[in-house]
Structure formats: C-alpha cells, structure tokens
Design a binder for this molecule. Structure first.
Ligand code: COA
Length: 205
C-alpha cells in the first residue's frame, strides 16, 4: 500500500519514503507475516546466536558457498548484517522465521534481490534440527504470496545448486518450474545454478 502524505519533514524519519513535489510517498508493508505454524518477521539482535550456530553447521552450509565451509562467527555477523542491510535498502528481505508455539528461531526464508540478481528470489535456509517438518515449504509459500501481494512482483525465482536435492524438492512442492541455468555475481562465471520460477498467474494459494 502506498500512502501520499503532504511534506511535513517526515521523509527523513520514514526511511523508505520517496519525495515528489510537495508530497511524500510512503510504502506501508508488513514486516511480520504468519503461517499455520510459523511467524516470519524482521530481525532482532537476539537472533544472532542461533543464526551463527545455523551457519556454522556443515550440513546447512554444504551448498551455500563455493567451498561448503561452515561459517565462522564473524562471517555470520557480516552475513546477517547484509541481510538486515537489504531490509534497509530495499524495504523487504529474508525473514527471521520462528515457531509460533515456542518462539524458537528455525531459520531464514523470504524474498530478496541483491544487486546483480536475475530477479526477485524467495530463498530458504533452516537449522538442520528443523528439517523434515515442512517448515521451509510452509514459510516459502507464505513468502511467495507476500512477494505477489505486497511487493507486487509478477514472478518469483529460486536459485539452487544442481546437487541440492532437498532444496529442489522445496521448489517443486511450491509448484516452481525449472527455468534454465544462470550465473550469479558472486560466483565464477562457469559455476551455474538452476533457476526455478513461478508466475503470479500460476500461483495457487
Ligand atoms: C533446503 C532446506 C530448507 C529444505 O528443508 P526440508 O526440511 O527438507 O524441507 P521442508 O521444510 O519443506 O520439509 C519437507 C519434509 O518434511 C516432511 N514433513 C513432515 N511433516 C510435515 C508437515 N506437517 N507438512 C509438510 N511436510 C512435512 C515432508 O514429508 C518432507 O519430508 P522428506 O524430505 O522426507 O520428503 C534445508 O535442507 C536447508 O536448510 N538446507 C541448507 C540450506 C540450503 O541449502 N538452502 C537452500 C539454498 S538454495
């Protein structure tokens, strides 16, 4: 939803406002959404320990970097700062996902589109203790609806290393179809990833 306000010097406080003539457009967007078993929300500093533990897990990291090396705590800090920075720069980003019943952090899922990305991606990473419960698919389904309804995109992609069978299974459960291979700005040119995609017209809620 976009609201036009008369310019009252508000734009500085409302970071995501854009100025036009004597009015200010403020895009109001949910920072928290829910699904049956999960809450998807913006990040707090108290998420960091669980995030760092997730990124230090070799099972989680197997396909997330070139080397598959577990992330050191400092690198996890930088990585989370990048995720939070994406929220600041774009007004949306990967959500911190917590269980509704327990409040436990289970991973990160959501929309993002870093510079040079081939489109708006919904991505997913869960702590390995929470694999096999359908949480990634549930959170991604909610995130794709969010991308179509609140971000207004016509198409959502997911970028997956060909060997990452569990992630491909998530994309397939969501109804995404294989849409070729792409290279990414942070990877060597010969390192291609699979692009899965779904259009708004094909999306079944
Ligand atoms: C990719 C990743 C998120 C997939 O996690 P996942 O747990 O396999 O996927 P889901 O959460 O959708 O769970 C699906 C499984 O839960 C099972 N399940 C159990 N209870 C369920 C329920 N109530 N509802 C739905 N599924 C349920 C499904 O049957 C399925 O089992 P299967 O794997 O034996 O077929 C996870 O492996 C991960 O975080 N990997 C590391 C990071 C990564 O590589 N991310 C992707 C980058 S492209």
């Amino acid at each position: 939803m976009t609201v036009w306000l008369r310019k009252l010097g508000l734009h500085a406080a409302l970071g995501r406002a854009t100025r036009r003539a004597d009015t200010v457009a403020v895009t109001l967007r949910s920072m928290i959404v829910e699904s049956e078993r999960l809450i998807l929300r913006e990040w707090t500093s108290s998420d960091f320990d669980a995030y760092a533990a997730m990124m230090a897990d070799p099972r989680v990291m197997e396909f997330l970097s070139l080397t598959g090396t577990p992330m050191k705590r400092f690198d996890a800090w930088r990585s989370l700062a990048g995720t939070v920075g994406h929220w600041g720069l774009r007004g949306f980003g990967l959500f911190a996902v917590v269980e509704r019943q327990t409040g436990t952090f289970v991973g990160q899922v959501g929309p993002w589109q870093p510079e040079g990305w081939p489109g708006l991606e919904v991505g997913w990473t869960l702590r390995s203790e929470f694999w096999g419960r359908g949480y990634a698919t549930e959170a991604a389904r909610r995130s794709i609806s969010y991308a179509f309804d609140e971000l207004g995109v016509a198409r959502v992609i997911s970028l997956i290393t060909p060997e990452n069978a569990r992630s491909i299974a998530v994309a397939q459960r969501l109804g995404e179809r294989l849409d070729g291979e792409v290279s990414l700005p942070h990877l060597p040119a010969d390192r291609r990833v699979l692009q899965y995609a779904i259009e708004r017209s094909a999306w079944r809620r």
